[in-house]
Ligand binder design. Structure first.
Ligand SMILES: C[S@@+](CC[C@H](N)C(=O)[O-])C[C@H]1O[C@@H](n2cnc3c(N)ncnc32)[C@H](O)[C@@H]1O
Ligand code: SF4
Length: 347
């Protein structure tokens, strides 16, 4: 019988585990401490549980951590970790050091079904959701565990297409019984799946980032098929009904495609549709992927686009491209080659 993993369970779920194996109720909190606050990797090391209790636990459960099988390092210090997931699939995680910060960019799915034209993960197609444990393991099982200052859900996958597991992972990272991290150190990036975004805003205090890429309906539709189901205007209407500011931030990601979405008219329309939202815009250089006519804007255009938005009162920055030499930069994570051929979907 395949054993279930304890790592990735919430306190409530651990209470049910304790009841199932005949451990006292308070053992749930003890298990949470061992899982999320201490540096052990086996049930045998949970020494404040009775020996009998540990044996009962081991009948059905394993601790549940997964080691990375490959680590690559970029010349700029960024690292990329490869983790196996269930059913012979793989995900990638990036760790980006910056002065005194260490930001981990976690994946939420194996591949992605959203089909954005410019994204390597999108090209891979969808192979599966990650569990909460598999998401948190990307922080716990890297060499920098314990030194991570920020977490961004900007790796493989669309977080709000795997909402329950993503929310559960945030609960484990932020609750007192878990990692007890401030939600201000966590940012979730979405293409704007409105129902998921709404639930996220209701249940967590982590920051929100929305991938915008064009203020014009038809153009955005060409780049991001999701625009048909959830037009950006509706996404913004929802965002306007929430309070953002210092406590909780909303930012918009905007990839600059040369000769496509980088004109002054785009900047002016962006400023118009974002009017009234306390936000920041992050301009991203396009990281080229195979077989695409898309190209990145030149540095001059990036600067003038940024200046125009700033002059219109929208705080705009240009995101540094990190880890490009090891394909760890935004949108380049993909494990297509590692997924068994027969499991690949048609696309
Ligand atoms: C890979 S996505 C994951 C999170 C979520 N699915 C989203 O799209 O916001 C993270 C960010 O990378 C951006 N991205 C995707 N492909 C890119 C590429 N080739 N170059 C630069 N950024 C890219 C996305 O637009 C998004 O802002
Ligand atoms: S940009 Fe985000 S939503 Fe679009 S395909 Fe890539 S991972 Fe999926």
């Amino acid at each position: 019988m395949e054993k279930e993993r304890l790592f990735g369970k919430t306190l409530d779920e651990l209470k049910a585990v304790a009841a199932q194996v005949g451990l006292p109720k308070f053992a749930a909190k003890q298990m949470a401490d061992w899982l999320y606050k201490k540096d052990i990797r086996s049930i045998d090391e949970m020494t404040n549980l009775s020996v009998k209790g540990r044996e009962a636990l081991k009948e059905y459960y394993e601790f549940g951590l997964t080691e990375p099988t490959k680590v690559q390092a970029s010349i700029d210090g960024t690292k990329k970790y490869l983790f196996p997931t269930d059913h012979a699939k793989f995900i990638e995680t990036a760790m980006i050091p910056d002065d005194d910060r260490k930001t981990v960019c976690v994946s939420s799915q194996v591949g992605c079904k959203m089909g954005c034209l410019f994204c390597m993960t999108g090209k891979q197609g969808f192979q599966g959701h990650l569990t909460a444990g598999e998401i948190v393991n990307q922080i716990r099982s890297i060499e920098e565990n314990g030194e991570v200052s920020n977490i961004v859900y900007m790796g493989m996958g669309e977080p709000f297409d795997n909402l329950d597991n993503v929310l559960k992972s945030i609960e484990i990272l932020t609750d007192d019984w878990g990692y007890a991290m401030s939600p201000k150190r966590i940012t979730v990036s979405t293409i704007g799946i409105i129902p998921g975004m709404k639930k996220f805003l209701e249940t967590s205090n982590a920051h929100l980032a929305v991938s915008l890429h064009s203020p014009f309906d038809e153009e955005r539709k060409q780049l991001m098929p999701i625009q048909t189901a959830y037009p950006v205007q509706k996404v913004l209407d929802e965002i306007k009904s929430w309070e953002f500011g210092r406590q909780r931030r909303v930012s918009f990601e905007y990839i600059m495609f040369g000769g496509l979405n980088d004109t002054p008219a785009h900047a002016k329309e962006l400023a118009r549709i974002l009017n009234g939202i306390k936000c920041r815009i992050n301009l991203i250089r396009f990281h080229p992927i195979p077989d695409t006519p898309l190209k990145s804007s030149n540095e001059e255009t990036l600067q003038s686009f940024k200046d125009l938005l700033n002059s219109k009162g929208i705080l705009t920055t240009i995101r540094a491209s990190r880890g490009q030499d090891i394909y760890a930069a935004c949108g380049l994570l993909s494990t297509k080659a590692l997924v068994k051929k027969e499991e690949e979907p048609d696309y």
